[in-house]
Design a binder for this molecule. Structure first.
Ligand code: WQD
Length: 345
């Protein structure tokens, strides 16, 4: 068991919970803080069933600095932070920009404010390929131009990266690794944890598996008139467990002073672009389950095509997305079946 404790904000969420599993399996002690606004504390039971140990959990709002001050006082051994706590629905952010700026930015500002006085050595920040907007060229590298955000959600990620840069350049006594995710999908192979969005899923894969399960009548494919081989949008779908493992490497890198600069930025993707229609076809081939779907109009704000060049992360982090899309979609389906078997959905 390692001596350092890692604080995972938003740790009962989709990517956060998978990351807590990998952290614990790497020997770290973890404390989660989450306001449960978009997740359930039941997830902690799933983490315990997978790893055999239960992370500490504090229900709280990271936008309240006194809550965080109490947390650091209760856990003086926190040496690293992974910050997932944020609102993350692109569409919702168009309707509720103040919620997104207040939640996502105040959370980060509070953490950065408290890290120095509490001896925290580094923070891993959950960013997104959204910062690249509609890239001029694919695949996208970390040096690809940052485009004006097309949503308040994407803008909070860009502004957060700038805040971290300014704070560290001003001499803050800690480091940061910024991870720009492409499209996280799938579930833990144990089917004990997975993606469980509140209400109607905004993202493709949970909507797809709920349609395959008969919970939703039909999957709408948002447009087949894009400039892509089959007309549907292209994304880089990365397995959530592969993504989680990159976070453990990033934490290790900061705590053992292996970072080559106070701030490091990595694209986390597979390097392969897959269209919506190809993904649907892959799901059916992998599971034998059909997905009723129809082509409808484009969704406002959608990027036509974006996928990663993950070379920098492969070479510097020694990390690579290894799970096939077929296996990843099977894991998403297994999770959907587990939710049915448990009477949850
Ligand atoms: C993928 C593709 C849709 C639903 C967003 C955020 C990103 C990250 C992941 C947080 C698109 C199409 C979708 C549906 C469809 N968020 N689609 N029918 O928009 O690429 O990325 O979520 O970390 O930051 O921007 O993901 O899953 O919503 O869409 O046809 O019912 O599937 O048009 O082409 P997106 P998505």
């Amino acid at each position: 068991m390692k001596t350092e404790r890692i604080l995972v904000t938003g740790g009962t969420g989709y990517i956060g919970s998978h990351t807590v599993v990998e952290l614990q399996q790497a020997g770290y002690r973890v404390v989660i803080i989450d306001d449960l606004s978009n997740s359930s504390a039941d997830v902690i039971d799933g983490i315990e069933r997978i790893t055999g140990s239960r992370p500490d959990f504090v229900e709280g709002d990271c936008t309240d600095i006194d809550t965080l001050k109490r947390l650091f006082a209760d856990y003086p051994d926190i040496k690293g932070i992974i910050n997932f706590a944020a609102s993350k629905a692109v569409g919702e952010s168009m309707q509720r920009p103040i919620l997104y700026y207040r939640n996502n930015l105040n959370t980060l500002l509070n953490l950065l404010d408290l890290m120095g006085p509490n001896g925290v050595k580094g923070i891993v920040f959950s960013s997104s390929c959204t910062v690249y907007g509609e890239p001029d060229v694919n695949p996208v590298t970390e040096k690809s131009p940052i485009k004006k955000a097309t949503s308040p959600y994407g803008n909070t990620k860009q502004i957060s990266e700038e805040i971290i840069t300014d704070v560290i350049n001003a001499g803050a006594p800690f480091k940061s690794v910024i991870l720009r995710y492409f499209n996280p999908v799938g579930a833990h192979p144990s089917a004990e944890i997975g993606e469980l969005p509140n209400g109607v899923p905004q993202n493709l894969v949970p909507y797809l598996t709920q349609t395959a399960m008969g919970i939703r009548k039909e999957l709408s494919v948002f447009g087949n008139d894009y400039h892509t081989p089959d007309g549907s949008c292209i994304r880089d779908y990365i397995n959530v467990v592969d993504l989680a493992k990159a976070h453990v490497i990033a934490v290790e890198r900061m705590l053992t002073d292996k970072t080559e600069a106070p701030i490091e930025i990595f694209n986390l993707g597979t390097g392969h672009g897959v269209s919506v229609l190809e993904l649907i076809d892959t799901f059916t081939k992998a599971t034998g389950v059909e997905v009723p779907h129809k082509i409808v109009g484009r969704r406002a704000g959608d990027i036509e095509k974006v996928w990663a060049d993950p070379t920098y992360a492969n070479e510097v982090l020694g990390w690579k997305a290894e799970t096939s899309l077929a296996d990843t979609l099977r894991s998403a389906w297994d999770w959907q079946c587990r939710l049915r078997d448990r009477g949850i959905m």
